[in-house]
Ligand binder design. Structure first.
Ligand code: MG
Length: 457
């Protein structure tokens, strides 16, 4: 039985040929176009920026999405194979009413998806995405007659625009003078071409691995430790200063140090924030599952950490509200508002290289400067009724903790925290625990598991 197509806040995701095909993509795009037209008070001709990652199914879905938008009278600017953050940047730059990215992010090749952005480059909030989903399910498409069909054009300037923005917030010559050697693993996704170009403009000597946008992923695409063995080996082999790994749509970045050690995705935001706070007095926004490292960095600079529910749009909205320059998520997704409101591997590459240069230290030395924590992540089956009971029992158990209930429940203790939350897409609950030591973490994990045993069995 093919799985049900997932339509969530950030768009739609499915398995191509099973529950995702051209007609679904065209209707979903027609629903988005219809929604945008309903929002359009001034009745002007609307334009949507459309980009995709490198998956082999991308071209087929791109044509379908473009047709769906044009069928309701919306013009389309095709950006081609570009990182997700580039679509956000171009949506704003070109004054588009919205953006669409065809990507399934870090999911394997058989998946693809359609991610929607509003005119500010951010995914629609809950109520608006529910409206789009409703138009799609009810098939209330506002199709137009021949003369009013949307027109299509191509724009190949996204790399240039995006790179120029990153270069504008870093010291290109200073980084170039340091002659940094970088191994870049783009998993044959959308990020290879612009990241290579950015690194070359920064005078780096680049060893590219998996940087062709074929969409034939050279390894399991999520940029986590177990998938980056090749990158770690190449860094050692070439005696490089640093290794960068992007996910297929290049919104996440993971880093390998000069000794070939994968340092963990949590450090991408921590290091980027360290760099930004040198010149910017800004609070940091981070989701509830992100490491306390950002709290330590913020405390040192006398700024606050604003904790948000998990999800890029939640972080971006909090950043706008509080005027944050820097924010993001612990999975390697860094948002720098000077570039745009989307998680962006290119900006974090620039910031980390600037940090190495300014501090005149190796990456390993910089990592050693940040207090380290032990983090444990786990998920278990639990429906929403069970999840509610688990959280209630955990609140009784951890009565002395500081509690944040904006997304599940996060319990903060003096020496660490535990976050329990439900997945948006499957009947599972996630537990993330971070403490100064693994022994301390185990104590709290044990208590949660005991609760779990009595409720789920
Ligand atoms: Mg991604």
């Amino acid at each position: 039985m093919p799985q049900e197509l997932i339509i969530s806040i950030s768009g739609l995701r499915g398995i191509v040929g099973e529950n995702l095909n051209a007609s679904i993509a065209a209707e979903y795009a027609a629903a988005f176009g219809t929604f945008l037209k309903r929002q359009n008070q001034r009745n002007e001709k609307l334009v949507v920026a459309l980009g995709r990652d490198s998956r082999p199914s991308g071209e087929m879905l791109e044509s379908a999405v473009a047709a769906g938008l044009a069928s309701v009278g919306v013009d389309v600017v095709k950006l081609g194979i570009v990182p997700t953050p580039s679509v956000g940047i171009m949506t704003v730059k070109l004054g588009c009413a919205g953006g669409v990215v065809i990507t399934a992010s870090h999911n394997p090749i058989e998946y693809n998806g359609i991610k929607l952005l509003l005119d500010n480059g951010i995914a629609p909030p809950k109520d608006k995405s529910a409206e789009i989903k409703n138009i799609y399910l009810q098939k209330q498409f506002d199709y137009v007659a021949s003369i009013d069909c949307g027109r299509m054009r191509c724009d190949d300037t996204a790399d240039e625009v995006h790179i120029e923005k990153v270069l504008s917030i870093i010291d290109r010559q200073k980084i170039a003078d340091r002659k940094i050697k970088v191994v870049l693993d783009s998993v044959n996704g959308a990020g290879g071409r612009p990241a290579k170009e950015l690194l070359e403009q920064l005078g780096c000597s680049v060893v590219p691995i998996n940087t062709e946008p074929t969409g034939i992923f050279a390894h399991t695409p999520e940029p986590i430790r177990e998938n980056l063995g090749q990158l770690c080996d190449e860094v050692k082999k070439h005696a490089a200063d640093i290794g960068f790994a992007q996910d297929p749509d290049a919104d996440r970045l993971a880093i390998v140090d000069e000794n070939g050690n994968y340092i963990g995705e949590e450090y991408t935001l921590a290091l980027s924030a360290m760099q930004v706070l040198v010149s910017q007095k800004s609070d940091i926004a981070a989701n509830l599952s992100t490491s306390r490292m950002v709290d330590d960095i913020a405390a040192e600079k006398g700024v606050k950490v604003i904790r948000t529910p998990v999800g890029e749009a939640n972080v971006a909205e909090a950043m706008i509200e509080a005027g944050c320059v820097i924010g993001g998520e612990g999975n390697g997704g860094v948002i720098d508002m000077r570039i745009g409101p989307v998680r962006d591997s290119l900006v974090s590459i620039g910031l980390v290289l600037q940090l190495i240069t300014d501090e005149d230290k190796t990456l390993g030395q910089l990592v050693g400067q940040i207090p380290a924590y032990y983090m444990h992540k786990e998920k278990f089956a639990a429906d929403s009724a069970q999840a509610e009971k688990i959280i209630a029992a955990a609140k009784a158990e951890f009565a002395d903790a500081k509690v944040n209930q904006s997304d599940g429940c996060r319990f903060d203790f003096a020496d660490g925290w535990v976050h329990l939350r439900c997945s948006n897409t499957e009947p599972v609950m996630r537990m993330i625990a971070e403490f100064a030591t693994s022994q301390a973490a185990e104590q709290y994990i044990g208590k949660v598991k005991k609760i779990l045993g009595t409720i789920v069995g």
